[in-house]
Design a protein around this ligand. Structure first.
Ligand code: NAD
Length: 384
């Protein structure tokens, strides 16, 4: 028999936040990416439709319906059909189920959106605020994974690694052809747009390379002890900031204030031949302006794993853009934050959020992006 049926008085009197009676019979929809053969062979690929974040057995044992699919586009997709009466939506930034205002309007039972990972821009957060739908992330779950990827991307651009490796695969050996555009990271000025969890970890990891200076641009200043630890100087004007950097890395969420932030106008203020790494969100950088800047050599290279549309179309210009010397492209699919280590952490974190929700327990404050009717995070734009 269901516990809620055994203890109806308790459920009725404390049914809000601190109910001790577990919720059951809930419809939980998860939009994940297909792992195919890889997911069958590697069970640690938890964020796939095959392995279902490792939650299937547990949710079933709790009496919930758990629907998992990758089918997310168009009115007949599983996502758009099932969202209409789901109470909980789980999504992942790696294969984003775009929860638009219209879909939110149609989702009459929806109360909780959980991002398995970090970055909830695929959800219309303002509409979620209006409709009292909570949006939570597994904050911090993959920030080290991404910070490592950023440092790797900076190095592969600055050292001209990709063309050097391609040369070797082709069977060629012309050292001067790749050395003519290879530099040291030591002695360069590196700056991060956004100095939150990832941006700060990037600065920490860059310090031992002996940069000339580390800079950051963020409306939330680093705490004094953190700024001191990484010896980073804050620059408050974005154009001034980029004009001082040899290397810029983007580490902010995507929101109204960052969409298209790195555009043709801002790129004119970059040092000629600077490098740009963006693992935050593709749409923070203007697709065509970036491609033009790489082609002209205004940027010596661009690297990252995030795209303005995901999956990126086959003919997306960022797949093949090159600088005038035939290098400068460090693009990969969106995977920096989905290492096997990270998948374990965000799968565990998703489960904890669900456990709290079922039990009516308070959530970890750092995980709450949108609480009931308001933003709880200061990272998705400056609001009063
Ligand atoms: P965070 O909340 O800890 O830090 C974000 C920082 O950006 C905050 O300090 C905030 O003040 C700053 N910021 C916001 N808007 C800004 C603006 N207009 N100008 C300057 N600074 C601004 O978040 P985090 O954990 O560091 O993650 C940052 C973003 O990285 C995520 O929102 C997500 O989009 C992306 N991410 C990507 C991957 C991946 O796999 N590629 C994985 C995790 C996160």
């Amino acid at each position: 028999m269901l516990r809620s049926a055994v203890r109806p008085m308790v459920a009725a009197s404390r049914k809000s936040l601190f109910s001790t009676t577990a919720k059951r019979d809930m419809k939980i929809l998860a939009i994940l990416y297909d792992g195919g053969k890889a997911a069958d062979q590697e069970p640690r690929l938890l964020g796939t439709t095959e392995n279902k974040l490792g939650l299937a057995e547990w949710l079933k044992s709790q009496g919930h319906e758990y629907i998992v699919s990758s089918d997310k586009e168009g009115p007949n997709s599983v996502f758009q059909k099932e969202i209409k009466d789901a109470e909980v939506l789980i999504t992942t930034p790696f294969h984003p189920g775009y929860l638009t205002k219209d879909l939110i309007e149609s989702a009459k039972n929806l109360k909780l959106c959980v991002t398995a990972g970090v970055g909830s821009d695929h959800i219309d957060l303002n509409a979620a605020v209006e409709k009292n739908i909570q949006v939570l992330e597994v904050t911090g779950s993959n920030v080290t994974s991404v910070a490592e990827h950023v440092v790797m991307s900076i190095l592969l651009l600055v050292r001209n690694f990709v063309p050097a490796h391609e040369m070797i695969e082709r069977g060629d050996w012309k050292v001067s052809e790749v050395a003519r555009n290879a530099f040291d990271l030591e002695g360069k000025v590196v700056g991060t747009i956004g100095a939150g969890r990832i941006g700060f970890r990037v600065l920490q990891r860059l310090l031992p390379f002996g940069p000339k200076e580390l800079l950051y641009y963020d409306y939330n200043p680093l705490p004094d002890h953190a700024a001191k630890e990484v010896n980073a100087r804050r620059v408050e004007d974005l154009k001034e900031f980029v004009s001082q950097c040899d290397i810029v890395t983007v580490n902010t969420p995507l929101h109204e204030g960052t969409r298209g932030l790195v555009n043709a106008d801002l790129l004119k203020h970059f040092k000629k031949g600077a490098w740009l790494v963006n693992t935050a969100r593709g749409a923070i950088c203007d697709k065509d302006a970036i491609a033009a800047a790489v082609k002209s050599g205004q940027l010596n290279g661009y690297a990252g794993d995030v795209w303005n549309v995901q999956p990126a179309p086959k003919d997306h210009v960022w797949r093949t853009m090159k600088n005038p010397l035939g290098g400068g492209n460090g693009m990969v699919p969106h995977y920096s934050g989905t290492t096997l280590d990270a998948q374990q952490r965000y799968a565990n974190g998703t489960r904890t959020i669900l456990e709290n929700y079922f039990a009516g327990k308070p959530q970890e404050p750092a995980n709450i992006i949108v609480g009931l009717g308001k933003y709880e995070s200061t990272a998705y734009g400056q609001r009063k």
